[in-house]
Design a protein around this ligand. Sequence first.
Ligand code: IPD
Ligand code: CA
Length: 296
Amino acid sequence: MTRAPFSLQDPPGEEDLMALESLAVAVAVEAGTLITDQRPVDLGVAATKSSDTDVVTVMDRAAETLIRQRLHQARPDDAVLGEEEGGGGPAKSGITWVVDPIDGTVNYLYDLPDYAVSIAAAVGDPSTPGTWVPVAGAVVSPRRGEVYRARRGGGSYLVAGDRRIRLGGSGAADIAHALVGTGFGYAVQRRAWQGDIVRAVLPRVRDIRRMGSAAIDLCQVASGRFDAFWEVGLNPWDLAAGWLICTEAGIVAGGPQAGEDPQTALTLMAAPGIAVPFADLVRSSIRAAAPLPPES
Ligand code: IPD
Ligand code: CA
């Protein structure tokens, strides 16, 4: 007898979670090796997406193709939602893989090291904010030699060479001393609006970092290298695996809520000791800014 599809109400148990996590890690490591070892020396922009600065390279596409092949071979009844090819549910199994083949594509284009492969298995509908959760996943940063991994209820870990470190966030207790990550979208008006929020937050914290990969940013919060992170308008593939890696590390998450427009949904992650004042600071800074103009 075949099993009923997994769902938010009936998520995978420990044995399935372990298998999903192992698959996410194996496929993300393989894709990480591909993009790093086969990065063309003359890499250019293959296409642009939402704006002139939102680029795709041949390797984003090649990595997503490889990831889709590997996931399909291993689990043909699952669906895949990927940054380059879209897709998504419904899946016969109830599992949708949420895939960013290269998060930090602009870093990759410029040969800066902070890019990552992000792969998560989710239940629910990852294209609708607030109606899904990641249950297992991995973020692989090939140039840092770091693998971040998590499964629901199993904690999150950083594996680097022969080190395996359980992640627990930072002990930050004072927002004025918090190192905070953020990121920017690609649309011009959105960027101007995001600059206004940064201007309000920056004088109130230790400093702000913009690494260029939301997946890596989220893993920095999980590992305690950042105390907090926020960004408005992240896509599910930017945040799926990093979100789980954060929550399994005990980070307080304010994820996109049900019914929110993905373009304006706020992702917040913070060490428990500063979660409330950090959320207040970011939300009040957003309220004080002029409304985000609608994007065509
Ligand atoms: C982007 C990065 C960036 C974030 C943007 C994302 P991409 O993803 O994660 O840090 O600020 O919002 O779109 O385009 O490099 O896959
Ligand atoms: Ca991305």
